[in-house]
Design a protein around this ligand. Structure first.
Ligand SMILES: Cc1cc2nc3c(=O)[nH]c(=O)nc-3n(C[C@H](O)[C@H](O)[C@H](O)COP(=O)(O)OP(=O)(O)OC[C@H]3O[C@@H](n4cnc5c(N)ncnc54)[C@H](O)[C@@H]3O)c2cc1C
Length: 403
């Protein structure tokens, strides 16, 4: 047996023996990742773990370093090669094992610290991310800085070994549930717009941090306004060096856009849509979805997703050769989020009048959830940079078109 086969066998056996029942996707949940996610954890000091098996699974996986399988062991990761990490992911999928930990620590700030942090920063922040001890949020946007992100006005002024922070962030996802924020602030008001920015980390559990949730069209409140008034952070908590925040912000956006496109490209949407269409629109004599227009739309969406999957697979092969996601991540961010909007719009279209439900009598919970998912999907092409901005980036930096 080769080393890879031995690793696969041992991994399979360990996962099967240790993963608690509630941390496995049921068949229905596996087909639709928006279901069954209520036992997933983002970790952090405020997490109460209503499902004890979530905590048990997190601790077991963190002990093996498998919450961040490819990160170095001294940073809390598993030290696995990309090939072994792929085997682990495949066996987790085969056994329908849920991820032990999700969140911006693993997908955004962790990878940035790994690439650009000092050794001290890596040892200080990464192990606690891997153990799910700290939950992170992202403080980029401000009332006057969204697409024009370099216009940030939050100020960080040096005071001895610390910065004093003053300003307002907006659309800070999960700020109310987070412990720390990674953000950009102006450390030099004399320098040019892009050069005066630094990328900082701040603990939110201190006086001067005020967080106010904002309600979305879907009925949920996943993000907040965050006010900083004489808040302090150490000068050691600058990533990539003072004044280098714009480069760091863009590097992190590369990770964010890859994460968003992968998250919204999960699931086997053809079967879900076909099942839904059969249920609501019936079948013809040959057992096909009865409505020919809907059938065409499902086929088109399935082909578009297949194209995206193949392009993603090609890029991942390139990454094995050391090519890091740069401006190209905008292609995936743009296409996966537009596709997710199309997919959720088609689901609601299939429901017909049953897709107009919100709450109360006359609609099942699943119908109302699909409607809310469709409304939430409208934000996909805004968060992490709007579709228009992705198209600008693709035009200029991928295709090399003139301004
Ligand atoms: C669900 C969700 C979660 C979010 N989470 C976070 C978070 O955790 N942290 C965070 O910091 N931010 C977050 N954001 C904010 C998000 O990054 C911004 O909303 C986004 O960058 C757009 O900025 P804006 O809202 O200020 O819109 P604006 O920048 O004002 O844009 C308004 C419109 O003008 C268009 N536009 C602007 N400039 C151009 C241009 N040069 N060319 C063509 N069109 C242009 C835009 O595409 C858009 O349609 C989140 C947003 C959403 C919807």
């Amino acid at each position: 047996m080769s080393d890879a086969e031995t690793f696969r066998k041992e991994t399979h056996e360990w996962l099967d023996a240790n993963c608690p029942p509630s941390m496995r996707w049921s068949e229905g949940e596996a087909a639709n990742p928006t279901l069954g996610g209520d036992v997933l954890t983002w970790g952090g000091r405020k997490e109460t773990f209503p499902n004890p098996e979530t905590k048990q699974w997190l601790d077991l996986m963190a002990e093996k370093g498998w919450t961040a399988p490819t990160w170095p062991e001294e940073c809390g990761g598993g030290g696995l090669s990309k090939a072994d990490a792929k085997i682990l992911a495949q066996e987790m999928r085969r056994l329908r094992v849920k991820p032990p930990l999700v969140g911006f620590g693993l997908t955004m700030i962790g990878p940035l610290i790994l690439e650009h942090g000092t050794e001290e920063q890596k040892l200080r922040f990464l192990p606690e991310i891997c153990r799910g001890e700290i939950r992170w949020c992202q403080g980029y946007s401000e009332p006057g800085a969204g697409s024009d992100l370099a216009n940030v006005q939050t100020k960080a002024v040096v005071d001895g070994d610390e910065y004093v922070l003053n300003g307002q962030k907006v659309w800070t996802s999960y700020a109310d549930a987070s412990d720390c924020m990674f953000f950009i602030a102006r450390t030099d008001t004399e320098a040019s717009k892009h050069a005066g920015i630094s990328f900082l980390l701040v603990d939110m559990d201190q006086p001067g941090v005020t967080v106010q949730p904002i309600k979305l069209i879907s009925g949920y409140s996943p993000f907040c306004e965050t006010f900083l008034e004489d808040v302090r952070t150490s000068r050691d908590h600058v990533i990539g060096g003072e004044g280098n925040g714009w480069a760091m912000a863009k590097a992190l956006l590369g990770h964010e856009r890859s994460m968003i496109s992968e998250a919204f490209n999960e699931g086997e949407n053809r079967n879900q849509l076909v099942d839904l269409a059969r249920e609501y629109l019936g079948c013809d004599e040959g057992g096909r979805v009865g409505d020919a227009v809907i059938r065409d739309q499902i086929a088109q969406l399935t082909m578009n997703k297949a194209c995206l999957d193949l392009t993603l697979a090609r890029t991942k092969e390139g990454m094995k050769l050391g090519h890091q996601p740069g401006a190209e991540s905008s292609i995936f961010k743009y296409y996966a989020t537009e596709l997710n909007k199309d997919r959720s719009a088609l689901s609601v279209g299939i429901l017909g009048p049953q897709g107009c439900g919100w709450e109360g009598d006359g609609f099942t919970d699943e119908e109302a959830e699909l409607t809310r998912t469709w409304l939430r999907a409208r934000g996909n092409s805004i968060e992490g940079g709007t579709s228009e901005i992705q198209l600008n980036i693709i035009a200029k930096r991928v295709l090399g078109l003139p301004d």
